[in-house]
Each structure stands twice: as structure tokens, then as C-alpha cells.
Design a protein around this ligand. Structure first.
Ligand code: GH3
Ligand code: MG
Ligand code: MG
Ligand code: MG
Length: 315
């Protein structure tokens, strides 16, 4: 909790209200700013956000508008409690004051100890709200990080299997809705075991990370790249026909072949095999297509690419 000394009070009202009160508030340690007219009051609120505003509602703005309403509409004062003072303590005046946003009310002439208790109360409430807001911001941030972690592959930092399967489902529905094709490329590194066997798992892991970067660089921003399993990857291509996906797959194949994956001072050379599957909008009842069907078809195409010599694209 802040010490009372650092709490700033903006005291607004005619001289007869503020003169004595400002002295008393200063004496108990508040940092008091006094304004006897609307212009000065509004200028103060531009440059400082007080802990509490005390307003004698006898004070009106130059154009006769209610200063209470003006202050309460200011964004930077949204969390600043306002205590209204008034000689009118009849029921209607009280209701009006609270309806226009006052957080508390005290009749004039005020009793100083009562006012002080009410000020401290408002500061306490404001601090609780501030703490809650801070905690809420932290939780929101933490949730965002957790949500990101839940869909990210920890080794390569691209999307993980869980995410691509979910996304595949939603992209299928989207394709059906907008009458668009959808393609999927399954990628498996050729003879990857040899890299682990000859250079060790660290080299293997490093290569998987570098390969992911090559994949991400090879595709469009709207394509989704994920690690599906150990050294298998999926690229999901919305609004892409089989011929478009074949061009992309071929580009990926070439990019991987032409990349030297550095590990220490060793240049690791790799190739990948790629299997394609595609759904065209003319496909009957595209929305009913099981997501596993696209994966199975890409998988068997990948098997063809492997068995026909690797470093190939197959449909
Ligand atoms: P091919 O695909 O060409 O048939 O041969 P391959 O040697 O790549 O065989 P396979 O696709 O079955 O590859 C599996 C190997 O990938 C086993 C393992 O050594 C390696 N691997 C899988 N996941 C990881 C991983 O997270 N890190 C490392 N370093 N290696 C992995
Ligand atoms: Mg494999
Ligand atoms: Mg294999
Ligand atoms: Mg492999």
C-alpha cells in the first residue's frame, strides 16, 4: 500500500470550501492541488492523475455545465474516485450526484475526520481495483503465453501436431463454405536416422530446427507449417489446388536439397520426400470429408515418393 504522503488530492471548489480544507489535508500529509475555477481544474487533470478528487458541486463550468459530468467522462480519470461536497443534502441532490458518477458524498459544512475516513476508504478501494487490474493483465498475458505454448512444437517452434489437426478440420470447413480447394503436403526427411547415427542427436535436433526454417521460408504466409512427428512435417495450403501444391512441394524439395545445414563446422546435406493430397471444391460433400482422409492420402503419396527413390514429390 502506498504511503499517504504520496497520495495526491485534487480539491475543486470555491475559495470558502477549499481554503481551510486544503490546509487540513496538507497537515495530515496529502499532496493537495487546489483549483477554484473550471479551467484550472481541467488543466490539472491534463497533467496529473490524482488519487482522489474532492469536488464542491457548487462549482460549475464556464458554460454552465456540470463539472462532475465533465470530470467523470475523462478517460484518464476513469479509476480516480470522486467525493462530492454539497450544501444540498436533500434526497434528489444526492441521487443526482451519485447518478452522475460520484463515488461518495458528504454534506457541507463537512466534519474533517469523517471526510478523512471517506478519502482513505476511496483510496483503499481504488488500490484494490488497481491490484485486480494488474493481476488481470498478468493473467491475460500468461494465458496468451500458455495458448501459444499449447500449439507450438517445443523443438522447432513451429506449430505442433495437435494444432495442425485442429486447423485441418477448420480449413476443410472453410474450403467447403467458400468453394475453394485445399491441399496438404506431408514431408519426411530421407535417411534421417543416418544423421543421428553419425553425428548424434544434438546434430539431428539442430537439423530439424534449421529445416523448419527452410520450410517456413518456402511457403506463403497463409500456408501453415507444422511438425507432425519426429522428422515429419505437414504444410497445409488453403485455397491451393493440387497443381499449385505440386509447384510448392517441388520448391520445398529444391530448397532443402540446396541448403547446407550447418552444425559446428560441418555442412549437413539432406533431401526430403513429399506426398501430396488435395481436395477440390467439386468434391462431393467436402465438409463431410474426414480430416484423416487427407492425411492418409498424403501419407501414401509420401510412401510412393520414398519407394520410387526418395528426394521426390508424389501425388
Ligand atoms: P526414410 O525416411 O528415408 O525411410 O529414412 P529415415 O532414416 O528418415 O527413417 P524414418 O523416417 O523412419 O526416420 C525416423 C528417424 O528419425 C528415427 C530417429 O533417428 C529420427 N528422429 C525422429 N524424431 C527425432 C527427433 O526429435 N530428434 C532427432 N534427433 N531425431 C529424430
Ligand atoms: Mg519418418
Ligand atoms: Mg520412413
Ligand atoms: Mg525419414
Amino acid at each position: 500500500m502506498k504511503s499517504i504522503k504520496s497520495e495526491k488530492i485534487l480539491l475543486l471548489g470555491p475559495d470558502k470550501t477549499t481554503k481551510d480544507l486544503s490546509q487540513k489535508l496538507s497537515n495530515v500529509g496529502f499532496d493537495v492541488l487546489v483549483a477554484n475555477n473550471t479551467d484550472t481544474a481541467l488543466k490539472f487533470t491534463e497533467v496529473t492523475t490524482p488519487s482522489v478528487i474532492i469536488l464542491d458541486i457548487a462549482m460549475q463550468s464556464n458554460d454552465g455545465k456540470d463539472l462532475l459530468t465533465i470530470l467523470k467522462s475523462k478517460v484518464n480519470l476513469i479509476n480516480t474516485p470522486l467525493i462530492a461536497l454539497s450544501e444540498n443534502t436533500d434526497e434528489d441532490s444526492l441521487v443526482y450526484t451519485f447518478l452522475h458518477g460520484a463515488n461518495d458524498f458528504i454534506g457541507l459544512p463537512f466534519k474533517f475526520k469523517e471526510l478523512l475516513a471517506r478519502i482513505n476508504n476511496q483510496i483503499k478501494i481504488r488500490n484494490i481495483i488497481k491490484d485486480l487490474e494488474e493481476k488481470n493483465r498478468e493473467l491475460t498475458k500468461r494465458n496468451e503465453i500458455l495458448e501459444q505454448l499449447a500449439i507450438t512444437d517445443s523443438l522447432t517452434e513451429i506449430y505442433n501436431k495437435g494444432y495442425i489437426l485442429k486447423r485441418l478440420k477448420s480449413e476443410l470447413l472453410r474450403s467447403a463454405r467458400y468453394n475453394e480447394p485445399l491441399s496438404l503436403i506431408m514431408i519426411d526427411i530421407d535417411h534421417f536416422k543416418r544423421i543421428n547415427d553419425s553425428l548424434g542427436h544434438i546434430a539431428g535436433d539442430n537439423t530439424l530446427r534449421e529445416l523448419s526454417k527452410v520450410l517456413v521460408k518456402s511457403v506463403r504466409d497463409v500456408d501453415i507449417v507444422a511438425r507432425y512427428g519426429g522428422e515429419e512435417f505437414i504444410v497445409l495450403c488453403p485455397n491451393t489446388s493440387v497443381s499449385g501444391a505440386a509447384i510448392l512441394a517441388e520448391r520445398i524439395r529444391e530448397n532443402v536439397q540446396n541448403t547446407a545445414f550447418q552444425f559446428g563446422n560441418i555442412d549437413i546435406r539432406l533431401t526430403v520426400s513429399l506426398g501430396l493430397s488435395s481436395i477440390s471444391p467439386s468434391y462431393p460433400a467436402i465438409a463431410d470429408v474426414d480430416t484423416s482422409k487427407l492425411i492418409e492420402e498424403a501419407d501414401s503419396a509420401l510412401y510412393k515418393a520414398k519407394s520410387s527413390g526418395r528426394n521426390k514429390v508424389a501425388v
